[in-house]
Design a binder for this molecule. Structure first.
Ligand code: PLP
Length: 434
């Protein structure tokens, strides 16, 4: 299958090039040329399929022309080898728990999948020196670092904002060693993202190094995120719910929501989406006014969504042919300030016993406020609350148990390289170490 750039000023490429390059040369994001629509019969039999079986069918639709089916099946089953996501109900709202992977956040699915696809292509080409640059506000770095840990031929550089990620998140990418290097940037997440973008556009660096990204700009990272929307539907349908489903997606860079929109385009019966933002509500403002006005991000309790210029916004525009009125028919916005996050985590816990994380809290509250009586709401619970231990304990005034998987990370020693937000410093460092 061919992939085109959202800017339409670059040649179409195959999957291998889209994955290895990350960003198109015209600075656009790659999009699949065809989005296959599943027949109704697929959705009827979906209740009898496992998560891995469903994901494999979806993966075939995107990657089946470029990767032989036995290899693809292996990649899907291996990337999703952790337990099947579960969908508990809180009152009348469903929580699609996406935190059962190795770093307890939804990004594990995309990161593990991408690591295996990229590993496959570089092995095929005999390449041994691919550098993955990834900017993180916390969760991406841990998922990508762990997803790529020990993959031959790939070195990962995680750029993260100094002092702006939680202690546990930081352990998850600064203690691994091997092919993972943590770069501690004196700046905000947006600075880290800008540095990564600048590196991709820098001629010297690209001449001397093979660079790619593992942020959701990479098609091998964001497309697999479509898998769990299908799984959510299967889970609801098993309980007899198949109409008027509303999915609420706590959003930062909008990779997750974009994957959901693609799943809908593939025929998945989702009626509409709600994009839940924290105080960084550029997307909500766009929906309300039709004007996209990126701003520097502000720090919030839901820090994985502290994004002032969401990279996947261009993909959403592209999917809807740049028509604001079409976008607002399918997506409603929501903004959840820190006070509401606190209030929601506290009241939900006290009244139902369910412990939300700060990101999921934005999604849950959006559904409480925006769901119509005939609709069934499911929000993506994007991370385990223990990843935000300090914040959650401060809100509920009770200790939060740390799952075994997270405890392990805390035993390591932090190793990081401190850099300023000046691009030249990063460039010099990368040239020196490669
Ligand atoms: C990354 C992340 C988000 C935002 O996802 P996007 O795809 O960037 O919109 C939300 N919640 C958590 C916990 C995350 O790690």
């Amino acid at each position: 299958m061919k992939y085109y750039s959202t800017n339409k000023q670059a040649p179409e490429v195959d999957l291998q090039t889209a994955v290895v390059k990350g960003l198109a040369i015209d600075k656009g994001l790659y999009m699949p040329e065809n989005i296959k629509r599943f027949p109704d019969s697929f959705f009827e039999k979906i209740t009898e399929m496992s998560f891995q079986e469903i994901a494999y069918e979806v993966a075939l639709a995107f990657f089946g022309e470029d990767i032989d089916s036995a290899t693809l099946k292996g990649i899907v089953y291996d990337a999703l080898s952790f337990e099947t996501p579960v969908v508990p109900v809180i009152g009348s709202i469903y929580s699609l728990e996406l935190f059962h992977g190795p770093t307890l956040a939804f990004k594990d699915v995309g990161a593990r999948f991408m690591a295996r696809i990229l590993g496959y292509f570089i092995k095929k080409q005999g390449i041994t020196d691919v550098n993955v640059l990834v900017a993180t506000s916390g969760d991406t770095g841990s998922a990508v670092a762990n997803g790529f840990l020990g993959v031959d031929g790939i070195h990962v550089y995680v750029l993260y904002p100094k002092g702006k990620v939680s202690a546990i998140q930081e352990c998850q990418f600064t203690t691994l060693g091997q092919n993972i290097t943590a770069l501690e940037i004196d700046g905000a997440f947006d600075d880290c993202q800008a540095l990564v973008k600048a590196a991709f556009l820098d001629e010297d660096l690209n001449e001397k190094l093979r660079l790619t990204s593992a942020n959701s700009i990479n098609v091998a990272r964001f497309l697999p995120q479509a898998f769990y929307y299908f799984n959510a539907y299967a889970q609801l349908r098993r309980r007899g719910i198949k109409d008027d489903i509303v999915v609420c997606v706590p959003s930062g860079n909008f990779g997750n929501l974009t994957a959901g929109l693609i799943a809908k385009k593939m025929g998945l019966p989702i009626r509409r989406f709600i994009a839940a933002n924290n105080k960084n509500d550029i997307f909500l403002q766009y929906l309300l006014t039709g004007f996209y006005n990126p701003k520097p991000s502000v720090q919030t309790l839901a820090n994985a969504m502290d994004v002032g210029d969401p990279s996947n916004f261009v993909r959403i525009l592209d999917l809807f042919h740049h028509k604001h009125e079409l976008i607002t028919q399918v997506i409603t916005g929501f903004s959840c300030p820190d006070e509401s996050i606190r209030e929601t985590v506290k009241t939900c816990y006290e009244s139902t016993g369910y412990l939300l994380d700060p990101h999921g809290a934005c999604g849950y509250l959006a559904l409480l406020e925006k769901l119509q009586p005939n609709e069934t709401g499911v929000f993506l619970e994007t991370a385990h609350p223990a990843k935000f231990k300090e914040t959650i304990e401060d809100i509920i005034q009770k200790p939060v148990n740390i799952p075994e998987k997270l405890q392990e990370f805390r035993k390591g020693t932090k190793q990081s390289i401190e850099l300023s937000k000046n691009f030249l410093e990063l460039k010099t460092y990368l040239l020196k170490t490669n």
